[in-house]
Design a protein around this ligand. Structure first.
Ligand SMILES: [Zn+2]
Length: 223
């Protein structure tokens, strides 16, 4: 039951970050499998976007049902009656789902084990992490150790965006030759609008500010 050293499972939501990670993984590894978790997101569109991109770039894609998350942790991403709000005074934003990454990364690793893949790639990022404790580097490293002990293999969890801000994530997409693709095809907006989104929600604002900063930097370099 050996590993395939050049095989990776990417946790893939169809958003800017995980799509950039997918293209990063395609450069790093011989074979890439994407996994999307369905947990009663407000917008089924998210799942559809993920399916479309996976089909477009012709990779194996699994959609796993994680509906129990919305039973355990009702939040603004899964429930229409909870507004999307930024956290105030050190409180977490209403989009926070407790333990989400713990569960997603664990299930992705179980899938990786079944597929004999050594690598698991996720788009978590400590720079813009809005206070989500399970986006921190120390959490991912700790979970990596726990998963290796739990399953008895030497998996490697990769977090290529961990120390990048949104501007640098756009820069990475550009370096991978996928800037336009990521801009046009991915969905980050809390209101379920792909590409440039609604322009008003916190996710759209962060995404656009990063894009504008990157384009400014790029133009300066090209002058
Ligand atoms: Zn939006």
């Amino acid at each position: 039951m050996g590993f395939q050293n050049d095989k990776a499972v990417v946790v893939f939501s169809g958003g800017q970050d995980s799509t950039t990670c997918l293209f990063w993984a395609l450069e790093q590894f011989e074979e890439v499998i994407a996994v999307t978790f369905s947990y009663g997101q407000r917008h089924d569109e998210e799942i559809e976007v993920a399916k479309r991109i996976a089909e477009d770039i012709n990779i194996e894609h699994h959609v796993l049902d994680m509906g129990l998350l919305s039973q355990l942790a009702p939040n603004a991403l899964t429930r229409d009656d909870i507004e999307v709000e930024a956290g105030e005074d050190g409180e977490l934003p209403s989009t926070f789902v407790e333990g989400r990454n713990l569960l997603f990364f664990s299930f992705a690793t179980i899938l990786a084990s079944q597929k004999k893949a050594k690598h698991i790639v996720t788009g978590v990022c400590e720079t813009d992490y809005s206070g989500y404790p399970d986006c921190r580097d120390v959490f991912v490293k700790s979970l990596n150790v726990s998963l290796n002990l739990a399953i008895g293999k030497e998996f490697v969890l990769h977090t290529p965006l961990m120390w990048l801000d949104k501007k640098e994530t756009w820069e990475l997409a550009d370096r991978l030759g996928r800037l336009e693709y990521v801009k046009d095809e991915t969905l980050t907006c809390y209101h379920g609008i792909p590409g440039d989104g609604c322009g008003e929600c916190p996710a759209c604002k962060l995404r656009r500010a990063g894009y504008e900063q990157y384009m400014e930097q790029k133009e300066r370099k090209e002058l």
